[in-house]
Ligand binder design. Structure first.
Ligand code: SAH
Ligand code: MG
Length: 198
């Protein structure tokens, strides 16, 4: 069991430092989706200081674990300390480096993939997630609506590469005949893709 008081401390500190941690309603939606079928293995892309990973660790089967990837070494160090502080260091393994390089080297099967890193890489992350997803696995992609930019005709923004790639993600996830995809307006937008039972 995770130390809730310490988790709340970490959350508060992350918010004060403007680290874009998972929003409460997004987390609730994910909790709801996983409650009836606790995952054994979760892959997270974008650890930051480990807040979402710590929250997900409570949703795991008793022998489950999380692999998570973060490229900023300061955040990696902070996340590692946080995992020890709340007592989940044995359940979460953090890979330090660029997910674009690390993902192709992973050979595991995951029940859940949580995509929450560079928006310009979302289509690549989707393909990597699909390569490693278990037959009844589920992929969550956070920030999929990106402050509403993705669904507006706004495209002169400096973030237009991100917006183009998020749109590409939605297109691929919804048009892939193997997947059933929902786009929810919780938080900053959450895409949920499940493999269809054929
Ligand atoms: N999942 C976290 C928040 C992640 S914020 C939570 O909810 O608590 C996004 C993180 O992804 C940032 O820390 C950023 O450094 C990292 N990131 C962005 N692009 C990345 C990449 N290509 N590889 C690895 N990490 C990346
Ligand atoms: Mg996010």
């Amino acid at each position: 069991m995770i130390n809730q008081e310490r988790l709340q401390e970490i959350k508060k500190r992350a918010l004060e430092s403007h680290i874009p941690i998972i929003m409460d309603d997004t987390l609730e939606e994910i909790q709801k989706r996983l409650k009836n079928k606790p995952p054994k293995k979760i892959l997270e892309i974008g650890t930051a200081v480990g807040y979402s990973a710590m929250c997900f660790s409570e949703l795991l089967q008793s022998d489950g674990y999380i692999d998570t990837i973060e490229r900023e070494s300061e955040r990696v160090e902070e996340a590692k300390q946080n995992f020890i502080y709340v007592g989940v260091q044995d359940k979460i393994h953090i890979y330090e480096g660029d997910a674009v390089e690390i993902l192709p080297t992973l050979e595991n099967v995951y029940d859940v993939v949580f995509i929450d890193a560079a928006k310009g890489k979302y289509p690549f992350f989707l393909n990597q997630a699909l390569r490693m997803l278990s037959p009844d696995g589920i992929i969550f992609a956070d920030n999929i609506l990106y402050k509403g930019y993705v669904m507006s005709d706004y495209n002169k923004h400096k973030q237009r590469t991100a917006v183009r790639n998020l749109r590409e993600y939605i297109k691929e996830a919804t048009e892939n005949p193997e997947l059933e995809t929902e786009i929810l307006e919780v938080g900053d937008g959450l895409a949920i893709s499940k493999r269809k039972v054929m």
